[in-house]
Design a protein around this ligand. Structure first.
Ligand code: NAD
Length: 356
């Protein structure tokens, strides 16, 4: 049966970088992969066309799709819109609509780009970590919350960290399955020594290990995890953690690689349906100039093939082609260094296609 993909180019550099990933998708289709895709607007592009950042037209296509490929949304021309109509609202709406609670953010550093990192090349070269972050619960959503005034007139701010067992189990399942597809090592990050919510988290993650006996589970307190990520990041394979710890650790880990134009990401739900997008934004400063690095988007397509379309071989095919192109010395301006050949967005797409 055909798999259906919704393609949402979005704003700024979105259409340019997505176009390069679609060329690769077209190659797979020409070679016999049974995939159909359909375009829909999201964010500012959707506001321009339908006066809403996530219009019913887009919603219907996304709901029916097996997976979604997104460029990026946002731009200064939309900054003055009323909050509910801003491009970023489209992103939040789609995540909520499809219940995309599991965020997968790899931090990969190709050996050829080791100099782009602020850490010593020997510490980060060949780095390949996957951070699995719970995206819809934790202290960001827990009630009660707010700022109120105490009897003595002093104000107090409150947020509540809470996780239900079912919420921990479903993100645990994504993390264990991701570990099974990689090096079978899972590190669960918590603060179980002081936070009961994460004591429960640790208990459930441990209990789930019996269903995934091939995965080696370890636990780490979040403060230690932050230190280890800069001290010896290559010790990690998959890390799983809650929303707030994951927010911080995934940004920290992504910066180990030094280049935002290289990092893909995925947000997935219980059925395995997911939205795949580069970790960066719409880069309005370089939009329309053929300067953007399309590799994060191309690598997002590889993640889609692996996690939503169950095609590990095609995913690896893309990742190896990206490695080859970097080894050939081709660089977009964001990852350029002396001695390499500077290319534009579409030339980088040409090179990846040729390497495949
Ligand atoms: P940004 O990631 O768009 O850009 C930051 C810097 O990185 C810029 O100098 C940009 O030129 C560069 N850059 C980003 N992606 C690149 C690529 N592929 N190749 C080469 N250089 C690249 O972040 P920002 O400037 O803070 O935000 C711009 C817009 O993007 C805003 O409207 C913001 O709301 C939006 N945004 C969207 C998303 C998303 O769609 N998921 C995420 C973050 C920001």
């Amino acid at each position: 049966m055909s798999k259906h993909i919704a393609i949402l180019p979005g704003d700024g550099i979105g259409p340019e970088i997505v176009a390069q990933a679609v060329r690769i998708l077209d190659k797979f289709i020409a070679d016999g992969l049974d995939i159909k895709y359909q375009y829909a607007p999201l964010g500012g592009a959707a506001y321009d066309q339908y006066h809403h950042p996530y219009p019913p037209f887009t919603q219907k296509i996304c709901q029916q799709a097996d997976a979604i490929l997104l460029g990026a949304v946002g731009g200064p021309q939309y900054d003055k819109l009323e909050r509910s109509l801003r491009p970023e609202r489209g992103l939040l709406a789609i995540r909520k609509d499809l219940n995309l609670f599991g965020n997968l953010r790899p931090a990969i550093l190709y050996p050829e780009l080791a100099n782009a990192s602020t850490l010593k090349p020997e510490v980060v070269s060949g780095l390949d970590i996957m951070i699995v972050r719970e995206l819809t619960g934790d202290i960001y959503f827990g009630e009660p919350r707010g700022i109120h005034t105490l009897a003595n007139g002093e104000r107090e701010g409150i947020n509540t960290m809470r996780y239900k067992e079912s919420e921990i189990r479903r993100i645990g399942k994504i993390a264990y399955e991701a570990a099974q597809k990689r090096n079978k090592k899972l590190c669960s990050v918590d603060k179980a020594n002081v936070l009961e919510t994460t004591e429960l988290w640790r208990e459930i993650m441990t209990e789930m290990n019996k269903d995934y006996p091939d995965v080696t589970l370890t636990h780490m307190y979040v403060d230690n995890a932050a230190m280890q990520l800069v001290k010896a990041p290559k010790q990690f394979d998959v890390m799983v953690t809650g929303n707030i710890f994951g927010d911080i650790l995934s940004d920290q880990a992504s910066m180990l690689s030094g280049s935002i134009g290289m990092l893909p990401s995925a947000s997935i739900n219980e059925t395995g349906k997911g939205m795949y997008e580069p970790s960066h934004g719409s880069a309005p400063d370089i939009a329309g100039q053929n300067l953007a690095n399309p590799l994060a988007t191309i690598l997002s397509l590889a993640m889609m093939l692996r996690y939503s379309l169950n095609n590990e071989q095609a995913a690896q095919h893309i990742e190896q082609a990206v490695g080859k192109v970097l080894a050939q010395g081709l660089r977009t301006q964001d990852i350029f260094e002396e001695g390499c050949q500077k290319v534009g967005c579409s030339q980088m797409g040409d090179a990846v296609l040729a390497a495949m």
